[in-house]
Ligand binder design. Structure first.
Ligand code: ZN
Ligand code: ZN
Length: 273
């Protein structure tokens, strides 16, 4: 068996992750789905090209919520290629009114119900609600021939629904937004600090790490930390916090598990799920 036939046919790739823009690719190596388009259409095109992918081979775009760091390039991208946009109806309502998205052709909108699985290119997709102050905020769970992935970004707190979907996957993308001390001591106004740390804001390194360490099992292939804050976090802080929790819970991370933060502006390269 050669190396390539051992690799999973189901891949994930991060084009951008963080408060300055989020965009992920999920699918096979030749065609797939985008999750969020929070970077410019030009940047998306660059990232696709870098990975030998073509816009024509993007069969759907899933949106987590209507905040600008998740939808910035959506209008321009879908003007150059009419790709169906899947989101909660509240989020679609937000897109129809949003400054950067109100020009999107509404015939591309596909309203999806949380916890109602549907098929997209042979991939079973299931959305689930998350606590966040964007409209119709949802995470996504994917299952392709038994290879599973859950993406949970922009979450104020980990409730049982999110935990269930994260536990179900062998690869996870989980928010690790801020270091508590950096946020507290940082320059943000008090009201913004409160919003970020509140139940409809973002997940701290510690909240994320505690859960990951608690639910770790040797079958987990990839633990990817996403949406790291530029001002209130560093990849080192996020990773250090996670490994501290692993130590505390006496978790021994197996050699088959990759643990890494997703880069802010750079492409992660293909991650085999
Ligand atoms: Zn958000
Ligand atoms: Zn965001």
């Amino acid at each position: 068996m050669d190396l390539f036939s051992c690799l999973s046919p189901f891949v994930f790739c991060s084009f951008a992750s963080g408060s300055s823009g989020n965009c992920y690719y999920v699918g096979r190596q030749d065609e797939g789905i985008l999750v969020d388009v929070g970077i410019s259409a030009k940047q998306v095109m660059m990232m696709l090209k870098q990975n030998d992918l073509r816009l024509e081979n993007i069969k759907g775009i899933l949106i987590t919520h209507d905040h600008i760091d998740h939808v910035l390039g959506l209008e321009t991208l879908t003007k150059s290629c009419p790709i169906p946009i899947y989101a909660h109806s509240d989020c679609l309502g937000g897109l129809a009114e949003g400054k950067a998205t109100k020009g999107i052709d509404h015939s591309l909108f596909r309203d999806i119900e949380p916890m109602q699985p549907f098929q997209l290119m042979g991939i079973k997709v299931e959305a689930f609600p998350v606590m966040h102050d964007g409209r119709g905020a949802m995470g996504y769970h994917f299952d392709y021939e038994g290879h599973t992935l859950t993406i949970a970004t922009d979450i104020g707190m980990l409730d049982n629904v999110v935990k269930t979907y994260l536990r179900r996957a062998d690869s996870i993308v989980i928010e690790s937004n801020y270091d508590t001390e950096m946020l507290e001591k940082g320059p943000y106004p008090f009201i913004l600090k409160q919003r970020i740390a509140g139940p409809f804001g973002h997940l701290s390194n510690l909240e994320s790490a505690r859960f990951v360490a608690e639910c770790y099992h040797p079958r987990i292939k990839n633990i990817m930390l996403c949406h790291l804050s530029e001002n209130n976090n560093t990849p080192e802080h996020a990773m250090q916090c996670l490994y501290e929790q692993f130590r505390k819970k006496q978790v021994i991370v197996q050699p088959n598990t990759s643990v890494f933060p997703l880069p802010r502006h750079k492409c992660s390269g293909f991650v085999y799920l």
